[in-house]
Every structure is written in C-alpha cells, then in structure tokens.
Design a protein around this ligand. Structure first.
Ligand SMILES: [Zn+2]
Length: 127
C-alpha cells in the first residue's frame, strides 16, 4: 500500500510482496507526469534487474512542440494510437479529462510492464 515508484515496487517484490495498491501512477498522470523506459536516466538496479526509465513532466514548455509518441515501444492505448506528447500536454493544460485518461493508461501500463518483466525474471530464476 502506498508503494508506487518503480524502484520501490521492484524492491518490495524482491522482499516477497506480490500485491500493490497505490494512487501514484494516476496522481502523477493528473499532473501531467509520466514514466517511460529509457536507456539512460534513472536505473532500477536490483539483483539481475536493470530497468532504465525516466519521469518527465510534460506540462513543461519544452514539450509544447514534442510531436513524438510518449514511448514507441509501449503497448498502451495512448502510445499504440500515437497521441503526441504536445497534444496530450495541450489537453492537460486545458484541463480536458481526455489528457488525464491518456496519461493514466500509459502510466498504469508502464507499471504493469515492469511487474511483468520482473515476473518473467522470477520464472527464469534471474530475480
Ligand atoms: Zn504508453
């Protein structure tokens, strides 16, 4: 409960926790903040898990002209349908609920994918 940051989820899974409930992915989405996989930036380094990601605030002005998808490798509804960061930023700035929904779907899928990756490592006895 209340464990929502990716690195904290990985840590508690290593301790045997297998159920989570936290508002963080949706709370961050409401404020225009997303997580996405990245080869540089923050790294979760735990046992054999090396998971790079970044947390970005798309309400910052530098994202106003970012016409890329959040993460082209992400399989969430938002990324698969190629909503651009600048469009979602516009929605968030204008307080359109669709912006929150799009970011929430992405952040939740990010966490689901992280847990799925850890699950496969556990099955392969690499975590
Ligand atoms: Zn996504």
């Amino acid at each position: 409960m209340g464990i929502g940051y990716p690195e904290d989820i990985a840590k508690v899974i290593a301790l045997g926790v297998d159920m989570f409930d936290c508002v963080l992915p949706t709370r961050l989405a409401r404020h225009g903040v997303i997580w996405r996989k990245k080869k540089s930036g923050k790294f979760i380094k735990l046992k054999n898990l090396q998971y790079g990601y970044e947390q970005i605030d798309i309400t910052k002005s530098k994202y106003a002209s970012d016409f890329e998808t959040i993460d082209i490798l992400c399989d969430c509804y938002t990324c698969k349908n190629q909503f651009s960061i600048s469009y979602i930023r516009h929605l968030i700035k204008e307080q359109e609920p669709l912006g929150i929904h799009l970011l929430t779907m992405h952040n939740l899928k990010f966490i689901f994918n992280l847990v799925e990756d850890i699950k496969h490592k556990i099955i392969d006895k690499k975590f």
